[in-house]
Design a protein around this ligand. Structure first.
Ligand SMILES: *Cc1c(COP(=O)(O)O)cnc(C)c1O
Length: 240
């Protein structure tokens, strides 16, 4: 059921986002196009479509620093806002702080400090989301909900970082009600954080399979790959 035409796929995703938002009586979330395994040309084509539709700086997300570095260089003349959405090892913090506009996967104070230390002075502060392991999965990265206040404080104390909100990848549970409950727990954490930090404005939740539920629970940014680009080829081992 994947339409081969990128402009039709974009239109279908936009429509589904609009529908979910109006059903939930919430503002439509921002669209983050997830580009892992896609070529720079595919990203450029989608970027042009989005610019033609009136987006000044379309947001794109990448999972792997090495893969992103190549594409960010190739697309240096495109008005793309780059988000890192994959796990970040501390030894790649310097490169990430130079390449990205946002890092959505900050989950420990040491990583926040490394990103702040390496953010170039001629760039605006690096936008940061705290990644929360909302289902307490052993295999998953992210801080626990209990760790959010201390981590938020560590990020907010860094002038080279801008605390913008929270991100999560709930367990892909077969029961939609279980996933939706995880989104609702994230929304509660987000509302609590906003009370303390008025600059917080972003709750990054929802992917191709579950973005309507995420929007129903207050997502302000959906991260969509497959529904925009079609089925994903395997990630080359060298990219990670
Ligand atoms: C790959 C990925 C997505 C997009 O997933 P799709 O199911 O292709 O929409 C979103 N968020 C993260 C963190 C990802 O790694």
């Amino acid at each position: 059921m994947h339409n081969a035409d990128p402009s039709r796929r974009l239109q279908a995703v936009r429509l589904a986002i609009q529908n979910a938002a109006s059903t939930a009586d919430r503002p439509p979330p921002l669209l983050l196009a997830v580009g892992k395994t896609r070529t720079a040309d595919e990203l450029a084509a989608l970027c042009s479509l989005r610019v033609a539709q009136g987006e000044a700086t379309p947001a794109f997300g990448e999972n792997y620093v090495q893969e992103a570095a190549v594409k960010i260089e190739a697309l240096a003349n495109e008005p793309i806002q780059w988000h890192l959405i994959g796990h970040l090892q501390s030894n790649k913090a310097r490169q990430a702080a130079m390449l990205f506009d946002w890092v959505q996967t900050v989950d420990r104070p040491k990583l926040a400090a490394a990103l702040a230390r390496h953010r170039p002075d001629d760039r605006p502060p690096l936008n940061v989301l705290l990644q929360v392991n909302i289902d307490a999965e052993n295999s998953k990265h992210g801080c626990s909900p209990e760790q959010v206040p201390a981590l938020a404080q560590a990020v907010a104390a860094e002038p080279r970082l801008a605390l913008r909100g929270l991100m999560a990848i709930p367990e892909p549970h077969p029961d939609p009600a279980v996933r939706r409950a995880a989104f609702a727990r994230m929304h509660a954490l987000y509302e609590t954080l906003k009370k303390q930090y008025p600059q917080v404005d972003t709750l990054s939740l929802g992917m191709s399979d579950d973005f309507a539920q995420a929007i129903a629970e207050g997502s302000t940014m959906v991260r969509i790959g497959t529904a925009l680009f079609g089925p994903r080829p395997p990630v080359p081992a060298a990219a990670t």
